[in-house]
Design a protein around this ligand. Structure first.
Ligand SMILES: C[S@@+](CC[C@H](N)C(=O)[O-])C[C@H]1O[C@@H](n2cnc3c(N)ncnc32)[C@H](O)[C@@H]1O
Length: 277
């Protein structure tokens, strides 16, 4: 499972995600409807900083509760220690779990999630779970990469003679092989029982200021690296960064980074998903 383990590195290197979230929340805020006294559920809260700064200010002051969840205890501990959010309980939870805890069933008015769905392998089960957790007329709103920009790197690593023994397939997004991944998300929403849904696609470009910036960013979102033994990690990093350079980054000869080298960027599709039960 795609559980993050490096909260501080993620927080320090995820500015691109923060900016994209800010722009998309501003553009699509009309899709976010929260009743007074709402019970709110979030999955994939991560280090908590993006939600605290961008999402929670959109909630009505009198919301009843926030249940903020993640698959990673390290991320939850970090969020708990660094964000002070009223009436918020942090809890370990896999959105694609086999059985939803009984006290979550039909409890929530709203479900939110930022930059997590592209990490969930069993999207169909995740949406079924969310459907079961929502009250009638409850709503989900989520922003995420339509597929991870690094999917082809993880595919290569999963077949690699040395690194293939670590399960890189956990990083591969659900609809990676489809030409329009958003259609896969729409199918899964429909299959879960949602009849009113939309998944919009937006294109973004992440430009990196220097080599350290792209290395930190891609390393912080690699969920396999923290499982690699210390004695192998430097060799693994070399291979991982070489693949990122060759397979993911675009070198721009007309623009230089802050060190005077050709700048690197990646262009990605982001999905904005909204559905009502
Ligand atoms: C890219 S981070 C996003 C964090 C934060 N929402 C943000 O926008 O910065 C994705 C988070 O989702 C969590 N995650 C991955 N798969 C999950 C799952 N199946 N259920 C719940 N959380 C999951 C990871 O542990 C990680 O903390």
């Amino acid at each position: 499972m795609a559980s993050f383990a490096l909260p501080q590195l993620y927080k320090d290197s995820s500015e691109k995600i923060f900016i994209a979230t800010k722009i998309l929340l501003e553009k699509y805020k009309h899709l976010i409807k929260i009743e007074e006294n709402a019970s709110i559920f979030e999955f994939g809260v991560g280090d908590g900083s993006h939600s605290a700064k961008l999402l929670y200010p959109l909630y009505p002051g009198d919301y009843k509760e926030i249940v903020a969840t993640d698959l990673s205890q390290a991320m939850l501990n970090y969020a708990k220690n660094n964000e002070n959010i009223p009436r918020c309980a942090f809890s370990l939870f896999d959105v694609a779990c086999e059985t939803v805890p009984e006290d979550y069933l039909a409890r929530f008015d709203n479900v939110f999630s930022l930059f997590t769905l592209m990490l969930v392998r069993n999207t169909e089960r995740a949406f079924k779970n969310i459907y079961a957790m929502l009250k009638p007329n409850g709503r989900i709103f989520s922003v995420f990469h339509s597929v991870l920009p690094t999917n082809q790197v993880y595919e290569k690593l999963s077949r690699h003679p040395i690194w293939g023994k670590y399960d890189h397939n956990i990083n591969i997004s659900s609809y990676y092989n489809e030409s329009q991944p958003e259609k896969g998300y729409e199918r899964a929403l429909k299959q879960a029982g949602f009849d009113d849904y939309t998944v919009q696609v937006e294109t973004f470009k992440y430009t990196f200021k220097n080599e350290k910036e792209w290395k930190d960013f891609f390393y912080s979102v690699n969920v396999v690296a923290p499982k690699i033994p210390q004695e192998e990690i430097e060799d693994y990093k070399k291979e991982f960064f070489k693949l990122i350079e060759n397979e993911v980054l675009i070198e721009d000869e007309s623009v230089t980074d802050e060190n005077g080298l050709n700048s690197r960027h990646v262009t990605l599709s982001l999905c904005v998903l909204s559905a009502t039960k």
